[in-house]
Design a protein around this ligand. Structure first.
Ligand code: ZN
Length: 152
């Protein structure tokens, strides 16, 4: 009565396969108390114990612990990853500037220092330095990049 489906040996069932490292289709080889006990992977043909495709998640107690840790470790610098530093620097550079009206980046376009640009790969960036007529230093959230511009 406890089963939602009437499964029996020979039926197909989804199970996690350690060899395939994925949830794959399996054929039930043996049943135990109305549930699949032993299965064969239809992909790699490994025979193993039935593993539910649903990953059992731990209850939210762990989440709270993480949040607490974050609050205590709020000291600036030091432990920040290069990515976090770059993102923080980008925020500083951008300040309270409007993020609207960014110019789409193109190699052929002309830019000036302080222009806000929209790069297809790096996203929003501020031109922090005009290195030469054809090279600009742009501060992105991912870091500082040197891009070319005014290409013929
Ligand atoms: Zn497999």
């Amino acid at each position: 009565m406890s089963t939602d489906k009437n499964l029996s040996a020979g039926d197909e069932i989804d199970s996690r396969c350690l060899k395939c490292k994925a949830v794959t289709n399996h054929t039930i080889i043996a049943m135990l108390e109305g549930k699949a006990a032993k299965v064969e992977c239809n992909t790699c043909h490994a025979r193993h114990k039935y593993r539910s495709p649903v990953t059992v998640k731990k209850k939210s107690s762990g989440v709270r612990r993480v949040a607490k840790k974050k609050a205590t470790g709020s000291k600036k610098g030091g432990r920040m990853s290069p990515e976090m530093k770059a993102a923080a620097h980008f925020e500083t550079v951008l300040g309270d500037r409007s993020r609207e009206g960014a110019l789409p980046y193109a190699m052929t376009a002309t830019f000036a220092q302080e222009d806000l640009i929209d790069h297809p790969k790096f996203g929003l960036g501020l031109i922090t330095r005009k290195i030469s007529a054809s090279r600009i230093e742009v501060t992105f959230e991912v870091g500082i990049k040197v891009l070319v511009c005014e290409q013929p």
